[in-house]
Write a protein that binds this ligand. Structure first.
Ligand SMILES: Nc1ncnc2c1ncn2[C@@H]1O[C@H](COP(=O)(O)OP(=O)(O)OP(=O)(O)O)[C@@H](O)[C@H]1O
Ligand SMILES: [Mg+2]
Length: 112
């Protein structure tokens, strides 16, 4: 394969989608040949932050359907703000403050 930067990124994104943990991948090559570029593409996930939505209907245009269709990993902050437009969550974590300011409480919420 001889890949342009955008082709290398697409290759990495597809590889990332096809991987199932545990998986350990090595990348060798001279300085500047694209190892980090490829790793970033393999790890690329959709990150959606719904905090600024004023109304759940504004989430209609975020493209959740497309993300799910392409089997992407989608991480959503404040999914509750997207209301019914949020895709079904496979896992849902609730973070809150602890009495100790150096700690946070992480709780997995049950889902339907
Ligand atoms: N086809 C290509 N694929 C990847 N990177 C490309 C390509 N063409 C040009 N580049 C450029 O080459 C550089 C690759 O840098 P990158 O940091 O990914 O390399 P690296 O192998 O991780 O380097 P290092 O060994 O220093 O960590 C980037 O600046 C990128 O824009
Ligand atoms: Mg690097």
């Amino acid at each position: 394969m001889r890949l342009s930067a955008s082709e290398l990124s697409r290759f990495g994104e597809e590889l990332g989608r096809s991987l199932k943990a545990p998986a350990v991948i090595g990348l060798s090559g001279e300085l500047g040949t694209g190892k980090t570029t490829l790793i970033q593409a393999i790890c690329r996930v959709y990150h959606v932050d719904c905090y600024r939505l004023r109304h759940a209907d504004e989430a209609r245009d975020l493209g959740f359907d497309d993300m799910i269709r392409e089997h992407a990993i989608v991480l959503i902050e404040w999914p509750e703000r997207a209301g019914a437009w949020a895709p079904p969550l496979d896992r849902h974590f609730q973070l809150s403050y602890d009495d100790d300011p150096r700690r946070r409480v992480v709780k997995e919420l049950a889902h339907a």
